[in-house]
Design a protein around this ligand. Structure first.
Ligand SMILES: *Cc1c(COP(=O)(O)O)cnc(C)c1O
Length: 394
């Protein structure tokens, strides 16, 4: 309580926090300052792919912290090169630049698109993005993020972003003009409510970009690194992006982001982009340990299997509770939709029963657990959800 009162006194009140002070985590569990244990299906907002304090990540951080934490980027450092190599060798992209967050990676992607527009498309600079997307909190990414409620407090926003309907190829075609240099999309919209586009949509966007010479930028900050059951979301669609961004789970919880691009569009020249911390030895060592574990242990396949298991459990709940309207998800990016706006209330009941879930919409809960979760832990979550749904309305 004391910590929570101090937070209210000192911290900017931008997040309505849940009344929990977390002090410890291990695997899929966290503990609060009162000693209560919780099953965590939020995982640091889809960040902790290997769970909390995974031994491999802890080891990498500890060793690196005792060796070299930060140099400027005017020097070569080994963890940065190792992380670059493993990501490039396991994706369709050729070059990488490391950042400190997702928003910063996306900013880099848009800067790259503007270089591309300037050098290859007669100065075209507009980027088409989708409604209900989420690309980060900087001013430019607020303009890219197609959500009125996030944009309104900051109008006028930076120019050059056109928000169109998601999952609608015609909308992209109509918004394309001589000013357009890129289309930027999430393969599945995460914060927007786990919106999975129709099969073929991304392929049609890819074809349109090819026809018009536009860059296709995929924001895989939430979908990347195994979350959806493949290492990257684009792998479900039989397409390749020109530019891809990563962040969230990339370094096991240490702040990081990455901007990846095909060789032909890696157009930054010396001095045109940079970062003080981006890819520093500490974050990169955590990143390398995380990605290596994901690849070596084939966590994408595991996420695919466990996701299907959890979805079938949720479908069972849907048969028992009429208030559930829809189960959607791919891999371990899953949402449960309701016919009424009960997500907040359900979340609070789950919290009392020591289960952490995310309210992604007034009428939907989202589940973004660590990829190392087990069937037993998913069963436990399903049991608590069932009890909570039973209690709701009583
Ligand atoms: C979380 C998220 C971001 C923003 O990442 P930050 O690290 O918070 O800047 C951008 N895009 C997507 C798809 C995300 O899920």
């Amino acid at each position: 309580m004391e910590w929570q009162n101090l937070e209210k006194k000192y911290y900017m009140q931008v997040v309505k926090r849940l009344p929990l002070t977390l002090v410890k985590g291990a695997g899929v569990r966290v503990w609060d300052s009162e000693g209560n244990e919780y099953l965590d299906l939020v995982a640091g907002w889809a960040v902790n792919l290997l769970g909390h304090c995974h031994p491999e990540v802890v080891k990498a951080i500890t060793e690196q912290a005792a060796t070299l934490i930060q140099t400027s980027n005017q020097f070569y450092t080994i963890p940065q090169v190792k992380l670059a190599e493993i990501l490039i060798e396991n994706s369709c992209l050729d070059r990488i630049f490391l950042t400190n967050s997702g928003a910063e990676a996306n900013e880099g992607a848009v800067k790259l698109a503007k270089r591309y527009g300037k050098l290859k498309l007669d100065g075209a600079y507009e980027v088409i993005t989708a409604m209900n997307s989420f690309h980060g909190r900087t001013l430019a990414m607020t303009a890219a993020t197609g959500q009125k409620k996030l944009q309104e407090p900051y109008l006028p926003l930076p120019q050059g972003f056109i928000n169109v309907e998601y999952n609608d190829i015609q909308a992209i075609k109509e918004a394309t003009c001589e000013r357009t240099c890129a289309v930027m999309l999430e393969p599945i919209q995460g914060e927007g409510g786990v919106n999975i586009p129709d099969e073929g949509y991304l392929k049609m966007v890819r074809d349109w970009c090819d026809e018009k010479g536009l860059l296709l930028i995929l924001d895989e900050i939430q979908t990347g690194l195994g979350r959806t059951g493949k290492l990257f979301g684009y792998m479900h669609e039989g397409i390749e992006p020109d530019v891809m961004t990563l962040a969230k789970g990339l370094a096991g919880g240490v702040p990081i982001g990455a901007l990846l691009a095909k060789e032909r569009v890696s157009l930054f020249d010396y001095g045109e982009h940079g970062s003080t911390y981006g890819g520093n030895p500490l974050a990169a060592a955590a990143g390398y340990a995380t990605v290596r574990f994901i690849v070596e242990n084939n966590l994408p396949d595991k996420a695919d299997r466990l996701g299907k298991y959890f979805v079938s459990g949720l479908e069972n709940l849907k048969k028992q509770f009429n208030i559930i309207s829809e189960v959607r998800g791919r891999g371990l990016l899953i949402a449960l939709y309701f016919r009424e706006d009960i997500a907040e209330e359900l979340l609070k009941i789950c919290l009392k029963k020591k289960l952490l879930v995310n309210r992604v919409k007034p009428n939907a809960l989202r589940f973004i657990p660590p990829l190392i979760i087990t069937e037993r832990e998913l069963d436990e979550a399903l049991m608590i959800l069932k009890e909570s749904l039973g209690e709701y309305g009583r």
